[in-house]
Ligand binder design. Structure first.
Ligand code: CMC
Length: 392
């Protein structure tokens, strides 16, 4: 009731008060619980960042050890979950598989669904943090038709994820620290981003007191879209297309500018950042390091750099304040790490998981009411029913 404010796309609507992540789109600032992303990406580990987001403070060594153990204790996934996984064709998109498996956790862990206290919340969170990386790695193993790996609890989070993804039982497994370091940084950079589409989805679904796993499953689906997390896959597909088309960058920039063409430069623009995306700056350095240390020459990376240059000097992109976002370079790194294109958004989801959980937890602890936006009705006025024989 009362006057309804119309804000399609919720561009200027504050849906909640949050203490998790601060964003300044004009200054290009991103802070997790007050700590600048540049410092966190350089100095921290993903496990520490998960703790920070969930618990508000950086952990002491003792707190971190306990948290890490609580996650590891939860890293076994019910064997029956494999039937669900194996029911998918190998051609299934890994994000669809991941969303299904995440939702299925509800059935296999019913005790973690009805959270009533902060301890319940913590237990449900560590359960999900323990199982989700296993599920992410399994979507990859399914795609490649490889045997499934389990968690190795003697390893830290990024090393463990690395082995679950890449270890082949018949081969001697060697860890590449450049890759593990890149995974750690990429996960940190994706860990939270305030009220983005998927986080808002998680809060929206959770506001009906739906359980954590089902809410996060909805977040995975929201992230899948090419305007959101799916952009990292779309960037590589676009760069490949430009390469195959002969590499005429100006042609593609012009296409993106044309009002008669729905094509957009994927990996450019952001709802909030109107100056630069601070994550893109960090990620570019990670990309340079990975390519230099692994000695990879990738034509796609060269095209990306040239495209960035052409777009940043084009008045259209300058005027509209369209800069490369986090997804512009992340896909290129994933590719260099040997991760298939369709898996890129799963990597994003793995990083975003602690953010989603923190948002869900904050919403529940704040006692927020069910989210229920209004609309302005623009349909037909009242009219009388016409029986089918009289319809024209
Ligand atoms: N290429 C060409 N033109 C663009 C682009 C682009 N990538 N992005 C925005 N524009 C234009 C758009 O056509 C519009 O022009 P006009 O005002 O003349 O109609 C203007 O810039 C504003 O765009 P918008 O779509 O109204 O802005 P938005 O805040 O609703 O959308 C966005 C933000 C990220 C969805 C959009 O910039 C986009 O589609 N980018 C490409 C997809 C992408 O890279 N997404 C990843 C975002 S960052 C990671 C994440 O969120 O997961």
């Amino acid at each position: 009731t009362g006057l309804i404010t119309l804000d399609i796309g919720l561009k200027n609507t504050g849906a909640t008060k949050s203490k998790i992540t601060y964003l300044d789109g004009n200054l290009g600032q991103l802070y997790y619980r007050g700590y600048p992303i540049e410092q966190i990406a350089e100095k921290s580990t993903f496990t520490e960042v998960m703790y920070l987001l969930l618990k508000s403070e950086l952990p002491t060594e003792e707190q971190l050890n306990k948290f890490e153990n609580d996650i590891k204790k939860n890293s076994l996934v019910s064997e029956e979950m494999k039937y669900i996984l194996k029911g998918f064709p190998r051609s299934a998109h890994p994000m669809g598989v991941l969303s299904t498996l995440t939702s299925a956790l509800t059935a296999f862990n019913p005790h973690a669904v009805n959270v009533k206290s902060e301890i319940d919340l913590y237990n449900a969170s560590t359960l999900l943090l323990g199982k989700f990386p296993v599920l992410c790695a399994w979507t990859y193993r399914l795609k490649l038709g490889l045997p499934l790996n389990y968690s190795d609890n003697s390893l830290d989070y990024p090393h463990n994820f690395y082995q679950m993804m890449f270890k082949i039982p018949t081969d001697k497994f060697e860890t590449d620290e450049v890759i593990v370091d890149a995974i750690n940084k990429l996960l940190i950079l994706h860990a939270d981003h305030e009220q983005n589409c998927s986080a808002s989805t998680v809060r929206m679904v959770g506001s009906a007191h739906t359980g954590l796993f089902a809410s996060i499953s909805a977040g995975v689906s929201a992230l899948w879209g090419p305007l959101h997390g799916g952009a990292n896959q779309a960037v590589i597909e676009m760069l490949e297309m430009i390469k195959d088309d002969g590499g005429d960058l100006q042609k593609w920039v012009d296409k993106a500018k044309s009002k008669d063409d729905s094509f957009r430069l994927m990996g450019f623009g952001h709802r909030i950042y109107r100056n630069f995306d601070p994550r893109a700056k960090v990620i570019k350095k990670v990309a340079d390091n990975v390519f230099e240390k692994l000695g990879i020459h990738d034509e796609t990376l060269e095209i990306a750099k040239k495209l960035e240059n052409v777009a940043l000097n084009d008045p259209y992109f300058v005027e509209k304040k369209l800069y490369p976002n986090v997804d512009f370079y992340s896909g290129i790194i994933y590719r260099a790490l040997g991760i298939p294109t369709e898996m890129f958004t799963v990597m994003f989801a793995l990083g975003r998981l602690p953010g989603w959980i923190s948002q869900w937890k904050e919403m529940r602890l704040n006692g927020e009411p069910i989210n229920r936006p209004r609309q302005i009705y623009v349909g037909n006025h009242k009219r009388d029913y016409i029986s089918i024989s009289e319809r024209k």
